[in-house]
Design a protein around this ligand. Structure first.
Ligand SMILES: Nc1ncnc2c1ncn2[C@@H]1O[C@H](COP(=O)(O)OP(=O)(O)OP(=O)(O)O)[C@@H](O)[C@H]1O
Length: 229
């Protein structure tokens, strides 16, 4: 589980994340929704340690990771699928996945990864750069999963992906949740996607959480309003 307390993040003098508190238990998928520029990417980068905190703390299963560098946070169970996917274009699909396996000590790509993403098995010898956006997104998720994470972070996984593939990605996240004891946190602007995957939805606005609902209680019109203002 992930526990975040009074998290603050700044660019120079300018504070962008203003003291967020949240806990996400095992087997829960949390969606953080907000318009462009509201702080989703900054929040995720600070959770994985690409950006330093200017205050507060982050812990995974009781271990404080706030002062750890990114690779140490990965060792402690956080995996990150960045916005734009950031796969290695000149490495093959298989090599891309293998870059995630050093941490977990896996020698071979587990069968359940290819069962989740059959297209990656078919394309395992192709260069990552030659895959479609949706396939690259699957590859980025596979690469994150082979680290055996306790907490999986996905920053706007539907961005630039065609609607039919967005459904596949939602199915994959639901499968992952069934297969593993995992906490999933996804940032998004697409409400239909979050309604298909999230147990809880939080709205972020200018670096503050302004609204929270369990999926079953979501007033979709209200959330749409927050996302469109
Ligand atoms: N490198 C940076 N230096 C200074 N300010 C930044 C930097 N990156 C982001 N910001 C500012 O931080 C705020 C939050 O941006 P962030 O990218 O986290 O938002 P976001 O919700 O992820 O948006 P998007 O959906 O466009 O990725 C914005 O006001 C943005 O201008």
């Amino acid at each position: 589980m992930l526990n975040v307390s009074n998290l603050k993040v700044s660019y120079g003098q300018s504070e962008v994340i203003h003291g967020l508190d949240f806990t996400v238990p095992k087997n829960e998928t949390l969606a953080v929704m907000g318009r462009n520029g509201m702080g989703k990417t900054t929040l995720f980068k600070s959770l994985i340690g690409v950006l330093p905190l200017s205050g507060g703390s982050i812990s995974v299963d009781g271990t404080d990771v706030s002062d750890m560098e990114s690779h140490k946070r990965v060792e402690n169970g956080i995996a990150y699928v960045p916005q734009g996917r950031m796969i290695f274009p000149s490495l093959t699909v298989q090599e891309n996945i293998e870059t995630g396996m050093e941490v977990s000590g896996l020698k071979k790509i587990p069968d359940d990864i290819y069962a989740l993403f059959p297209v990656l098995r078919e394309m395992r010898k192709r260069k990552g750069g030659n895959l479609s956006g949706g396939q690259q997104q699957q590859l980025a998720i596979a690469r994150a999963l082979v680290t055996n994470p306790k907490v999986l972070l996905l920053d706007e996984p539907t961005e630039g992906i065609q609607p039919s593939i967005i459904k596949d990605i939602a199915n994959v996240l639901n499968e992952i949740k069934k297969m593993r004891d995992i906490t999933i946190i996804v940032s998004e602007q697409v409400l239909s996607f979050t309604m298909a995957v999230a147990d809880r939805i939080i709205v972020i606005d200018k670096g503050n959480f302004i609204h929270e609902d369990l999926r079953d209680d979501v007033d979709t019109d209200k959330i749409k309003k927050y996302l469109s203002v």
